[in-house]
Design a protein around this ligand. Structure first.
Ligand SMILES: [Zn+2]
Length: 882
């Protein structure tokens, strides 16, 4: 009792103090509600707040409330400044650095005893990360952020006080470019026939929807900004990423997730997700918001999502999918619109309050987002201490586990096929908060000797499960093996067919994708190690003389070097056969830069910047070479916006290939050969390329594809000496429309390969061939100019890919295809899932077809899928110079 009285006295004094403080600061200034700043209520029909408006509003709030602060977190792909807001009680806001320090210590584990960790957990605040708008056409989440911030800093109910006292909200706009673009696209279309038409360009400069598939790779600046903030600045206990495509007619998808589960997660994370999801469900039904569903469709076996990669960094990462119609346009639904299974409104364990239909407005979606965000904050407040201590526990358990069981470490040798790309992988791991070391002395691991300088990732570190999850081969589980565990409740129709597709890729192992050698260590490691902060790879231009500078064709960075040299006016030739120099064999494809055409200093600078070894020497007079010139590259850009086009653009820019985008109208206009040497068609359907958007579905400027006239113009372009390169499924366009002597061996299974999104309903019973995004063994033909610099045996990403049968002769031009890459005759699967291997065995994965004066190059797998398979980018680069 006395303690209570004392507490009461302190509260009164504190309240009085606050009162005096606020009087001193100019009285009870009114906090501006969002509708006053925007001119409309958040979520109002036909109104979307732009990113600029959101930033302006958060700046207003920052000026009016001590509970909110705005921070900058770097630039977007289009150059906007990314902002985020931090919201907590006024007292907490005064000590943000202390609370950050507490979660950092708990996350990093090192140097803490259990007792110290418990004390820190008792003192700390639950830092909760909520991000909005990563998928910008899913509008409600970014809109709800404005209302959420206002509600939290102005409400004075017990729940809000509990939240503000116990949590620190880090509220992040994950895709500012998209938020602006979508609003700017939608508003002029309101009241026209195109009000709900889809946006004809990507809502992330390069990645579009794939901006949520980049988290383990960090190619995009937005992802890098987010990763830095998550793993270097805030170390949240919970991450909540909002999405908006609930399985219809559910109004929101909430955790628990669908199977399968990633095997590299600490069980507490899965429990944490389920706990928060259940609390959300409780909140929805308590507020009479029907239609929250769980366990359906969305699994998190894939660690590349923003909302799954955090798990490996001891952040309980969850996402939801609120129901979406289109932008801010309302829609009325009746039960007759529902799929048949949902029409009788039967409640079930994971869908206990079926939605009955009615109006669905943006504001409804905003309200669902608000309930969900507040439930996440509320649960985090209640579990504050447990979540903080749990964060430490996870890290400690993980580090302890790999101190006594394999893998004890991963080794990244310096001796690599493409050393700068290996260094890139090391740098990306460092960015993510993984500790990487270099060996100070030679050492032995699993009986193999390694020199000093070798990169080592010891697994007795708190975030080791991330390394395991992205380095090892994935064995995607077969649902039929675990009927008692998984009960077939997830997607029963697929359970019956003995195949449960993942929502995204089934295999993603980064060392295979990147062509980087990484060695798992299965016995305890004894080595003298020093931690590094960046990959310490240094290139060098050899001293000594000669008429040529020789650049290996194995490293991707070699292509950057050549592009720079050509731009500077240097002379570059490429060896067409292997040759020997000073006892070393240089393979076909080696770049030879005429020494007089660039200075030694310039070459030394390039070697240093790009971590390249550049040799000086003579080329044998007999060496056959071909002179390179900067090709005029056209990259086809459909109004049916293609992520693959965006990623291709990203890669061309990274490796400094100049290019121009061309639209369907430009292809229809013809005379392509006069303007371009190379035309690249990204992975997209022939229908999208040829027909584009149907008339009446889009404003007239965006209607139509290249049409038959465009097909004729592309044929003419090739016949007149151009090179057409088609990527992955884009190859089917070339086969079908250009009359190449080739067929697709998988044609009869198309639509059944388990694509990630949108074709879930199209699966036939018990498909004979299934490969839902996996890494397969491949054989390359390095004697072919398109495979220069490739190993004879390697790996490639199969992702909704064709597989070619080549016919002798035939077709226009009469010449058969040349094999660039093919599938071996056995053991195709490296990582992921493959059923029906026989359909792929010995099939061709990439081929070139001479056609009159030009060529068509089919790169029929994911050579640059999401800009992740660095190991096969060279096929694209070589094809450009073929
Ligand atoms: Zn989404």
């Amino acid at each position: 009792m006395s303690a209570n009285i004392k507490h009461w006295k302190i509260s009164v004094l504190a309240a009085l103090g606050l009162f005096l403080l606020s009087m001193a600061a100019g009285g009870f200034a009114e906090v501006t509600p969002p509708e006053k700043s925007l001119g409309f209520r958040v979520g109002a029909d036909y109104h979307l707040a732009t990113y600029d408006q959101a930033v302006a509003y958060f700046k207003v709030l920052e000026g009016e409330s001590a509970k909110l602060k705005v921070f900058e977190m770097g630039k977007t792909g289009m150059g906007r400044t990314m902002i985020y807001a931090v919201i907590a009680s006024e007292n907490t806001m005064k000590n943000l650095d202390r609370y950050r320090e507490i979660t950092q210590k708990l996350a990093v584990v090192e140097g803490l005893t259990d007792e110290q960790a418990r004390k820190l957990a008792a003192e700390g605040k639950a830092i909760v990360w909520i991000d909005v708008g990563i998928h910008a056409s899913e509008c409600a989440p970014a809109q709800h952020a404005l209302q959420l911030a206002y509600d939290l800093i102005t409400a004075d109910d017990a729940d809000t006080r509990l939240i503000l006292e116990n949590t620190i909200l880090v509220l992040v706009f994950a895709n500012p470019d998209g938020m602006q673009l979508v609003a700017d696209w939608y508003h002029p279309n309101i009241g026209t026939p195109f009000e709900t038409s889809s946006m004809p360009y990507l809502y992330n400069r390069y990645a579009g929807h794939d901006d949520n598939r980049d988290s383990y790779m960090n190619n995009l600046v937005e992802t890098q900004n987010i990763t830095r903030l998550l793993n270097r600045v805030w170390y949240p206990v919970v991450l909540y990423d909002h999405h908006q495509s609930a399985p219809f007619p559910a109004r929101i998808w909430i955790p628990p997730a669908a199977e399968p589960t990633n095997p590299n997660l600490h069980p507490l994370f899965i429990r944490g997700k389920n706990l928060i999801g259940s609390a959300m469900g409780y909140a929805f039904d308590q507020e009479g918001k029907d239609g929250a569903i769980s366990r359906f469709a969305f699994d998190f076996i894939y660690p590349g999502y923003e909302d799954s990669f955090g798990d490996f960094f001891h952040i309980i990462s969850i996402m939801t999918e609120t129901a979406l119609y289109s932008y801010a346009t309302p829609r009325f639904y009746t039960v007759r619109d529902f799929p048949e299974d949902y029409r009788d409104l039967t409640p079930s364990v994971f869908y206990p309050s079926p939605w009955k239909g009615g109006w669905w407005r943006l504001r409804d979606a905003v309200d669902y987002c608000l309930t969900a965000s507040k439930a996440v904050l509320h649960t985090s407040a209640l579990y504050r201490e447990a979540f903080l201590y749990g964060k430490y526990r996870m890290g400690k358990d993980t580090a302890a586990r790999f101190a006594k069981e394999p893998p004890y470490a991963w080794i990244i040798p310096r001796e690599q096929w493409d050393a700068p790309t290996a260094a890139l992988l090391v740098d990306r791991l460092l960015l993510q908060g993984i500790k990487v070391f270099r060996a100070e002395k030679p050492f032995t691991a699993d009986g193999v000797s390694y020199p000093a300088g070798t990169w080592v990732i010891p697994m007795n570190q708190p975030f080791a499960l991330f390394v395991k999850a992205v380095f090892e081969e994935q064995a995607y589980p077969d649902l039929t093996k675990y009927p008692d565990l998984w009960q077939g409740i997830v997607q029963p129709q697929q359970f019956q067919n003995a195949y449960l597709p993942p929502y995204d890729l089934a295999g993603w192992s980064l060392p295979y994708q990147m062509g980087v050698k990484a060695v798992r260590v299965d016995t305890p490691l004894a080595a003298t190690l020093a931690e590094i902060k960046r990959a310490d790879l240094e290139g060098g231009a050899a001293a000594g003389g000669g008429s040529f500078w020789l650049i290996s064709t194995q490293a991707n960075n070699g292509f950057t070097a050549v592009n720079r040299i050509l731009k500077k006016g240097g002379e570059v030739t490429r060896a067409r056969e292997s040759f020997s120099l000073n006892g070393k064999t240089w393979p076909a494809g080696t770049f030879a830069v005429r020494a007089g055409s660039v200075t030694r200093e310039y070459m030394a600078g390039l070697a240093g910047e790009l971590s390249l070894e550049i040799a000086a020497g003579e080329m044998p007079a007999s060496a056959k070479t071909v002179k390179l010139k900067t090709p005029r590259i056209a990259l086809y850009k459909s109004w049916r916006a293609s992520m693959d086009e965006g990623w291709t653009r990203w890669i061309l820019e990274q490796y400094e290939f100049p290019y121009a985008n061309i639209t369907s109208a430009e292809v229809r206009a013809g005379a392509l050969r006069a303007k371009f040497d190379v035309l690249i068609i990204p992975s997209m359907s022939a229908d999208a390329i040829v027909n584009g958007f149907a008339p009446g579905t889009m404003p007239p400027n965006y209607v139509g594809g290249i049409s038959d006239a465009g097909v004729m113009n592309i044929k003419a372009f090739v016949r007149e000496g151009g090179t057409l390169i088609t990527l992955n499924s884009g190859c089917l366009f070339a086969i079908d429309r250009l009359g190449l002597p080739a067929g697709d061996a998988l044609r009869s299974f198309r639509g059944s390969t388990g694509g990630p999104f949108g074709d879930a309903g199209a699966r036939p019973a018990a498909p004979e061939f299934v490969c839902p995004g996996s890494i397969l063994r491949m054989m390359f033909n390095p004697a072919h100019p398109v495979a220069y610099g490739m190993p004879e045996k390697g790996a490639g990403v199969f992702y909704n890919s064709p597989a070619f049968q080549l016919y002798p002769g035939g077709g226009e031009g009469g010449k058969g295809g040349e094999v660039i890459a093919s599938y071996p005759d056995d053991s195709l699967l490296i990582s992921g899932y493959l059923k029906g291997e026989k359909y792929l065995k010995n099939r061709v994965a990439a081929a070139a077809f001479p056609m009159d004066k030009g060529k068509v190059v089919l790169l029929g797998f994911g050579v640059q899928n999401r800009a992740q398979p660095y190991g096969t980018f060279k096929l694209l680069f070589n094809a450009i110079w073929y």
